[in-house]
Design a protein around this ligand. Sequence first.
Ligand SMILES: [Zn+2]
Length: 80
Amino acid sequence: MFRNGMHVMITRPNETQPILHYGICPSCHAKTPFDLKGVQRWDAEIAAQLNVPPIMTVWQCRNCDTTLMEPSIIPIEQDD
Ligand SMILES: [Zn+2]
């Protein structure tokens, strides 16, 4: 799924407090919190080629442990 020559570096942010993100996991379809795994930085040229932001946060589903990039997480819709 990735092109040759892509440089990906995952680093943890400096914050010590846990960061959670709530959403629907596209893998297990659970409404669940996601743990922040790190930040994925793409080479600016490659990001432009792929039409993705150069920096994306990476999250791990607490329900099924799948690692996902932020755009993959489905927002929870408010039902009134
Ligand atoms: Zn999941």
